[in-house]
Design a protein around this ligand. Structure first.
Ligand code: HEM
Length: 198
């Protein structure tokens, strides 16, 4: 593909996907601005940012299977952006917890991480995402060589922890965590099938 043929893709499609990925944040901001975050705004913020963290994680994992399925190889170029948006929304999710839930009380946070299993699992997933975000640049990819892929396989574990975190925190209706879990099982199952058959 010539650089000229690639131009519309870089000038139009990539910025469009970038802007679309910011829509959930814009929507949350709009609701906050309108005072429509419900009776418990902190809980609403936590839920919305948590939902989008998981959705972006799953979208990131969907890129490779959809690319292989459709043969649309350029799709691969969205993977890093979507992964970084997953990290962005998890960071917001954690910021809501840190600022509005725990008021920067690090002792209380450590106690919470130890005491509540769903916080332990969510926190572990967040920590594991940090090295992936740091090493997501082309320079790091080159520097780490084959180890880059090994490190980035952590995303499978992170997604499992994300779903577990959600399943653990819901009190009654498990429908949504099960739907996310089902989608993740399909995405991971596909990868296993691909490895075994090739
Ligand atoms: C990859 C990391 C994470 C993912 C994918 C994730 C995802 C989610 C999801 C999907 C929800 C439920 C949203 C809903 O009910 O609609 C949630 C809720 C929540 N998460 Fe996370 N989370 C992550 C990390 C964390 C971390 C690091 C913390 C704090 C240390 C945290 C604290 C919470 C809290 C307090 C809630 C709300 C619980 C409630 O209202 O009962 N999460 N998260």
């Amino acid at each position: 593909m010539t650089p000229q043929a690639n131009r519309p893709f870089f000038v139009v499609v990539k910025p469009l996907v970038f802007l679309m990925s910011l829509l959930p944040l814009a929507w949350i901001g709009w609701l906050a601005w309108q005072g429509e975050l419900g009776a418990n705004p902190v809980e609403t913020l936590s839920h919305r940012t948590g939902d989008w963290s998981l959705r972006f994680l799953l979208l990131t994992l969907a890129v490779t299977p959809v690319r292989r399925w459709t043969g649309w190889n350029r799709l691969q170029q969205f993977r890093r952006m979507l992964g970084l948006f997953a990290f962005f929304y998890v960071s917001l999710h954690f910021a809501v917890y840190l600022i509005f839930d725990q008021f920067f009380d690090w002792t209380a946070i450590v106690a919470d991480v130890i005491k509540r299993p769903y916080i332990t699992v969510g926190f572990a997933a967040f920590l594991l995402l940090i090295p992936l975000a740091i090493t997501s640049t082309h320079g790091m990819m080159r520097r780490l060589g084959r180890n880059w892929q090994r490190v980035h396989r952590l995303v499978y574990l992170i997604a499992v922890l994300g779903v577990l975190h959600y399943a653990w925190l819901v009190k009654a209706d498990l429908t949504e965590p099960l739907l996310y879990g089902g989608a993740l099982a399909v995405l991971l199952g596909y990868r296993l099938w691909w490895r075994l058959t090739r």
